[in-house]
Design a protein around this ligand. Structure first.
Ligand SMILES: *[C@@H]1O[C@H](CO)[C@@H](O)[C@H](O)[C@H]1NC(C)=O
Ligand SMILES: *[C@@H]1O[C@H](CO)[C@@H](O)[C@H](O)[C@H]1NC(C)=O
Ligand SMILES: *[C@@H]1O[C@H](CO)[C@@H](O)[C@H](O)[C@H]1NC(C)=O
Ligand SMILES: *[C@@H]1O[C@H](CO)[C@@H](O)[C@H](O)[C@H]1NC(C)=O
Ligand SMILES: *[C@@H]1O[C@H](CO)[C@@H](O)[C@H](O)[C@H]1NC(C)=O
Length: 486
């Protein structure tokens, strides 16, 4: 194995050294303004004692064949079996001949200019197709000029690639790597600085729809959590259909039982991009889940991407002890119940409350506008029933009494009925006019022995009242309340 490798390396070296240093092709193209050389190498073994003289000739068009020497051609230098141009120019195009004893060799040289606005000649490009995601390697090798150059640089699309000291590009090919890569050797010669270039036309081939997957969001995410709660970690990727997309949730001692990886959901946008997202659900968070890196990965042949999520305990929030919380809740519930009860009581006992309020405030709505009402009521009445009782003899009653008596006696509109509750002699105030009443208009109420429904008292009272058709039984209640209701 080792031997084969060595042998291969040796063969490669032989091949490159001959192909790079010796000019084997017949038709040669050179770039104007750059150093150029022709070198003869004999393929057949030469006699050891060969001491033949080397001669170089050029023939171009009508000029015929002329011998080349450094003295008459200042840009040309001859040594050993090499013809060098410093630099080669357009007029150098033509046929070149090498003579050494019986050995002769001919080349046809075509000198061309560089493309407009470009650092290379399009006809001299070396095509190099590379498959996407496969190894792309651009290395500047020129065995002839390498040793003469004091600097070598690699250019992409005629712009020097920065931070590329060794003039080597080595990476996995991406579509954006496509372009023209030019190796430039800087060669000082006779006090001048020359450039020798070699340009590769690198094309990246492959399925353009395939992308290098990337995870969205920061590479490291801290998530504040509370112990005992659940959390969902959402990992989203811009990926290909078949890419592996997963959470690394396995610990050395196996998977944590409260950590669950949900299924992948994929959404394709109208412009053809595929977004995938996958949730990691952590239930009932415990101390073991904290400060641990939960990593989400996406992988394809094109590459891998990883982002990490770390759970941190929420700080700055003091935990309320359980018993304080329970007490607080109980108090709140009790207060609500009391408020609701008070409202209900208020509705039920609103009458009592209103009366209590009136009593407390000493409110008396009867004291106003009262006189007018009494007057209008008396005017509408046809009988004035005076109940003489000691306990009910206020100012208003007295006014009622007096204005009623005025109507009865002066205007003669209403008749007076007097019901004696208390003997007349017990009164401090007693209108004299009442003593003028006819005796049958005075009814006596015996407080010790209240008269029965059928008694003479009620019949007399009915008699003194204005006549009215007595309605059949059942309507009686409409008449009775006049007396019983008071
Ligand atoms: C070179 O070798 C050949 C034979 O191999 C001989 O004929 C010839 O004379 C030699 N030349 C010189 C210069 O020695
Ligand atoms: C290369 O040589 C040229 C000419 O002698 C000189 O000006 C230049 O500074 C040299 N560059 C380096 C990197 O040595
Ligand atoms: C470079 O190579 C690509 C693919 O082979 C080709 O289409 C393109 O024309 C080449 N560029 C030049 C300047 O020849
Ligand atoms: C996860 O994040 C992606 C992108 O932000 C969103 O489209 C998706 O609805 C999220 N999933 C859930 C379950 O929140
Ligand atoms: C997650 O990634 C971090 C950083 O890349 C690494 O230190 C950690 O071990 C990874 N955790 C797991 C579970 O793979």
């Amino acid at each position: 194995m080792h031997r084969i490798e060595l042998l291969l390396t040796f063969l490669m070296f032989m091949f490159t050294s001959t192909s790079e240093t010796c000019t084997l092709r017949f038709n040669i193209t050179a770039v104007r303004g750059e150093p150029f050389y022709l070198k003869y190498c004999s393929l057949a073994p030469e006699p050891k004692n060969e001491t033949a003289v080397v001669r170089w000739y050029k023939s171009s068009g009508s000029h015929g064949r002329i011998e080349l020497n450094s003295s008459s051609f200042p840009r040309i230098s001859l040594y050993d079996r090499v013809l060098e141009f410093w630099p080669v120019e357009l007029e150098d195009s033509g046929s070149y001949f090498f003579h050494m004893g019986n050995n002769t060799r001919e080349w046809k040289l075509n000198v061309i200019g560089k493309s407009k606005h470009r650092c290379f000649a399009e006809k001299l490009l070396i095509s190099k197709p590379v498959e996407v995601q496969k190894s792309l390697r651009v290395k500047c090798i020129n065995t002839h000029y390498e040793k003469l150059a004091n600097r070598t640089s690699l250019y992409k699309n005629c712009q020097e690639i920065e931070n590329n000291k060794n003039a080597v590009l080595q990476k996995n090919a991406e579509f954006e790597d496509q372009g023209y890569y030019t190796c430039v050797y800087f060669i000082p010669h006779n006090g001048k600085l020359f450039h020798v270039t070699k340009t590769y036309n690198i094309t990246v081939v492959g399925d353009r729809s395939k992308i290098t997957p990337v995870l969205l969001g920061p590479k490291l995410n801290y998530v504040k959590v509370e112990l005992g709660k659940d959390v969902k970690l959402n990992c989203s990727a811009l990926a290909n259909e078949k890419d592996a997309f997963y959470w690394n949730v396995w610990e050395e001692n196996g998977k944590e039982p409260n950590v669950h990886e949900e299924n992948v959901t994929r959404i394709r946008t109208p412009d053809g991009k595929l977004y995938a997202s996958r949730i990691l659900r952590i239930e009932n968070i415990n101390e073991k889940n904290l400060n641990f890196s939960y990593n989400c990965s996406v992988a394809s042949e094109g590459g891998t991407d990883i982002i990490s999520f770390v759970l941190l305990k929420k700080e700055g929030m003091v935990d309320i002890p359980g018993y304080v919380f329970t007490r607080g809740m109980i108090i709140a519930v009790l207060i609500s119940v009391v408020v609701v009860c008070l409202v209900i009581m208020g509705v039920i006992y609103r009458v009592d409350l209103a009366l209590f309020y009136r009593h407390f405030m000493g409110k008396d709505e009867t004291l106003t506008a009262v006189v007018d009402e009494i007057h209008s009521l008396i005017e509408k009445s046809r009988r004035l029933i005076i109940v003489l009782s000691k306990s009910y003899m206020s100012n208003e009653v007295r006014y009622e009494l007096e204005s009623g008596l005025h109507e009865a006696l002066v205007e003669r509109k209403i008749k007076v009925i007097l019901i004696e509750f208390t003997p007349v002699r017990d009164f401090v105030f007693f209108p004299q006019s009442l003593q003028l009443l006819k005796s049958h208009r005075v009814l006596k109420w015996n407080a010790d022995k209240p008269p029965s429904y059928n008694s003479r008292f009620w019949k007399n009272l009915l008699y003194l009242m204005p006549a009215k058709t007595v309605k059949p039984y059942g309507a009686e209640s409409e008449v009775l309340p006049v007396l019983s209701g008071s």
